[in-house]
Design a protein around this ligand. Sequence first.
Ligand code: ATP
Ligand code: MG
Length: 457
Amino acid sequence: MSGQNSSVKTTAELQIIPRAEHNISRKDISKNALKVLYRLKDAGYDAYLVGGGVRDLLLGLKPKDFDIVTNATPEQIKKCFSNCRLIGRRFRLAHIVFGREIIEVATFRGHHEADADSPHKSDDGQLLRDNVYGDIDEDAERRDFSANSLYYDIKDFSIRDYWGGVAAIANREIALIGDPETRYREDPVRMLRAVRFAQKLDMQITPRTAKPIYKLAPLLQNIPKARLFEECLKLFLAGKGLDTYKSLIEFGLFQQIFPNLTESVKSENAAYQLMCIALRNTDTRINNELRVTPAFLFAAFLWHEMEQACEHYQAQGMPAQDALHTAASAVLDGGQYNVTIPKRFSTTIRDIWALQPRLEKRAGKRCLKLLEHPKFRAAYDFLLLRAEIAQGEQAAELNSIASWWTELQQSDAGKQTNLVNELSNNSEKRPRRRRNNNRRPYNKKRRSNSTQADSNE
Ligand code: ATP
Ligand code: MG
């Protein structure tokens, strides 16, 4: 964490940085964002690029998106653009739609008057409403970090800096505007954002901004689970997932999102190791511009819990496959963690889990069919991770199975048939695993059929 001479200001003090003194060039701003800025200016309004767009350009990075603020009301904005959609009920925002790119335009937000009849804060200090229009000074004050509170003025290409944001960026500091405890109470997600920006931008959270997090982390319990899921995607799928995860653990924030994993992260057990390598794997894929699915990560986060539940159901006499499905439902739907995993991802998580025993078993010719399963690749990658953290005898077994699947994928049709045949020849010599004793008669039958079919090949 950075030293005492932090750049953070305790009161607003406007500094205007003229174009000649900063590096933001219009050629680095999206054409569509520029169109919106100019159109608003030409209609007589103030219009600024704000937030992450300005911050990232100052850092020489490519912004994820470009947000704009203006003194025009949403209705006035709508009149300027035929491609404008107004969204949000509480605080209306304008989306200007250019094919796949959407430029978000907001009206300056202001402060609420103290109103005892209709308080805008909860007992915990959380903002319940944030729907008052204001001017640029107020808008700057209600933003989270000084580095996120910079305004690029389309009139003269200068930057307006009220809270020492330019200095914070130069010093690589993440510093909350205002009293940190109050600001975290207003919106506890700011604690996650502090960690996210520090990791993503390789910056330090100032001691003053870091200190209250340890105490206030439990306030994340008040955040809707769907919002926390969205935050998790930003935290873990931005290419710095592993470092972010470790920092979240250090601040006690991860444990609030996944209370069921608290013991694992404390003891750094196998579940923790699996999370680490799943995040490392995801980071590598993102940094190589390969596709990733959050389902893979969540499958890793919750795998050991599912496995334990599965063993529990099997010990009660449930057949292996049923036990796995029951355990998956118990873990995914059991509400043990504070995010809502949308159905489209939980279905994939189930698939990844359900394919693990099938990959391990390598049931003869059916292996070739398995290669065509839409989630085969994710399940295979997952098996590789499990092999990597396995120990002793299990490590040897999983690694040999994983290598076999690697070879199968890399082989032509003839070699694939040989590999599968060798397998069934070997399995005839191999004693059956005890786990199969739990299987239902119809499973036994199917298994013996397939073995026969395989040996007929
Ligand atoms: P990135 O898009 O790279 O993740 P960003 O800073 O643009 O980073 P957004 O979530 O897109 O983050 O938000 C845009 C801006 O809105 C921020 O820069 C900040 O000024 C403001 N903002 C967003 N969330 C909050 C919040 N919870 N509290 C206060 N201000 C916020
Ligand atoms: Mg943004």
